[in-house]
Design a protein around this ligand. Sequence first.
Ligand SMILES: [Mn+2]
Length: 241
Amino acid sequence: MSRPVLLASDLHLPNGPSPLRDGLIRFLRGPAHQAAALYLLGDIFEYWVGDDDGLATHADVIAALHRLSKSGVAVYAMHGNRDFLLGRDFERASGVRLLRDPSVVDIDGVPTLLSHGDLWCTDDRAYQRWRRFSRNRLAQWLFLRLPLQRRLRIAGGLRGHSADAKQRKTVEIMDVSPDAVAAAFREYGVPRIIHGHTHRPADHVLSVDGRDVERHVLADWHPDSMEYLICHAGACRRVLI
Ligand SMILES: [Mn+2]
């Protein structure tokens, strides 16, 4: 029998000790070993201001990822809107391969489009402007050359700003746009999309141009609810750690 594929996102691991960190390490040492592949679809870390800082701060997680990938599980990650600076040194140290957002992968014979999900929040114009800027190579290159303390201060400021902005925005505007999702199903021709980001875990079945398709939204993690998706033999279900 083939091994399952596991997916998770939006762990938002803070720096320092946390039940989320313990949960992730328990998961990486235990259940993740049964998988053929593990996909971490962004916002694994609450922030990541560069591999120099992140690899030291999250050394325990990096070591657990490395052990898992060494054991024969293919581990992939995608950038989220918090940890979009995960870079080559992270890949080398963890054995994790970074995937483009979005990417089509084969999950047990089902072509599946994976994304963090924020690129489909197209109704939020201000966010999309920030997204384009923050993913700009030159902007990133300049940011990574700042001293660490400056980078940490900027990241702290941005998180405060994002929390304020979220309070002012409507619930709808922060969700994915149905039109953007339908367009993605059309463009890639897949029967299934899996993404995170919106913190609205759900399994949607919808119809696009008369075709039945599935959209699975991964759950964000809380100390009392740390969830991953397991896909096997054509079906996906949710499991708590
Ligand atoms: Mn996100």
